[in-house]
Write a protein that binds this ligand. Sequence first.
Ligand code: ATP
Length: 269
Amino acid sequence: ALEQAGRAAERDAIRYEDIGGLSRVLDRVREVVELPLRHPEAFAALGITPPKGVLLVGPPGTGKTLIARAVAAEANAHFILVNGPEIVDRYYGASEQQLRAVFEEARKRAPTIVFIDEIDAIAPKRDALSGEKQVERRIVAQLLTLMDGLAGRGEVVVLAATNLPDSLDPALRRPGRFDREIRIDPPDRQGRREILAVHSRAMPLAPDVDLDAIAEATPGMVGADLAALCREAAMAALARAGALSPGGLAVPVETLSVAAPDFAAARAS
Ligand code: ATP
């Protein structure tokens, strides 16, 4: 599964230009993660150690996974995705075993970015754990051991996503572990505009489509919502062109376009 994830990441490489509305976040990610991966020697020359762990903090669907994939692609680093809830859900000892395998692969294929999605699932505050939460306790201990074992030359960086930084085991936040934090907020109007532009980039848009107006009308939507909105609008355009009717598409494919009413229909659905 790990190898598959790695291969998929290489095939569908995400670039910074695929991410909308997060330019300040990206600047910070580049400084904290990409720079050390690219130029470990510069850090060594200055006598400073690059971060081993960085927390990406923000609500679901705001692009945390996207950022991790993009920085790996742009830094030419190997990428390994670890899903927090999935790793907890293993038979006895298998979670720790998988974490060890992840760090082993990370070291071998360095530079590597290990991305732990929903880390709160595996690393809740230890004193808050009841008896049956022994699994998490062991996984946190294993993760800490593995991170402490990293040489700290920037060759492996662990990014972890959470929406609940305060619910994390404080041991994870100590120096040399996840000691940096980057906040990813839901997009404002301008951010939504940029995200809409990314996701409609490959679409033939009719002249009546006003992305500014759509951005204005979609407060509260995050990147994942806006990506779905664009996809739904294209589906509405297909339906309008008769693609879903028994007779099939009523117009030549090259005349298809996504129009303002399609976005309206997508928002209503
Ligand atoms: P979760 O914590 O639920 O995993 P996340 O913050 O990691 O959420 P992603 O998985 O990165 O969110 O985003 C889901 C999808 O939403 C992406 O694949 C992308 O299509 C779209 N998306 C989210 N944020 C952005 C963004 N800032 N720019 C462009 N697309 C975005």
